[in-house]
Design a protein around this ligand. Structure first.
Ligand SMILES: [Fe+2]
Ligand SMILES: [Fe+2]
Length: 171
């Protein structure tokens, strides 16, 4: 069995993907009604997140590692963040994407440095999702906004993502 820290890392990443799936699902649901031009792009990101979730799920299963106890919290939080931001407008969707994905990527970088030395299979799993997350971040930067108006969204999204990560490494 992989060492505790490695188990924790992939467990949190799996939970995070669950959260991402729920964010994009909620945003897609609202985009279908209000901003049809965004649906295709949201669909594409949602498909990536499902793939990422599968990758980590498989790793956990193969290595006999349990899921995070707070999966329900990630789902609930994801639906909430996705739903609320989508109702605030198109730009808010991309501001949310930027905030989530930049927090995620920052987190991944730190994990990769650790995993490279401690566990190759976990390293490969995390590495395999990095390119997609960078693409999502770029959509967020390109289509979002740096306006001060969106500062509250950025702060809420970033802090809730960090809080969920912090909590899940302890559960
Ligand atoms: Fe992802
Ligand atoms: Fe993503």
């Amino acid at each position: 069995m992989p060492i505790k820290e490695v188990q924790r890392i992939i467990r949190v990443d799996h939970a995070g993907e669950r959260g991402a799936i729920c964010i994009y699902r909620a945003q897609r649901f609202i985009a279908r009604l209000l901003y049809k031009d965004l649906v295709k792009q949201l669909d594409e990101m949602l498909a990536h997140e499902k793939q990422h979730c599968d990758t980590f799920n498989t790793w956990l299963r193969v290595n006999n590692v349990r899921h995070c106890y707070a999966l329900w919290l990630w789902s609930l939080g994801g639906y909430l963040l996705g739903g609320v931001t989508a109702l605030m407008g198109k730009k808010a969707i991309w501001v949310c994407t930027q905030a989530v994905e930049s927090t995620v990527l920052h987190h991944l970088e730190r994990q990769l440095a650790y995993l490279e030395v401690h566990d190759q299979s976990a390293f490969q799993a995390v590495m395999s999702i990095k390119k997609d997350e960078e693409e999502h971040l770029n959509f967020g930067i390109e289509l979002g906004s740096n306006s001060i108006l969106y500062l509250p969204i950025r702060l809420v999204v970033k802090s809730s993502t960090k809080f969920a990560i912090w909590l899940s490494t302890r559960l």
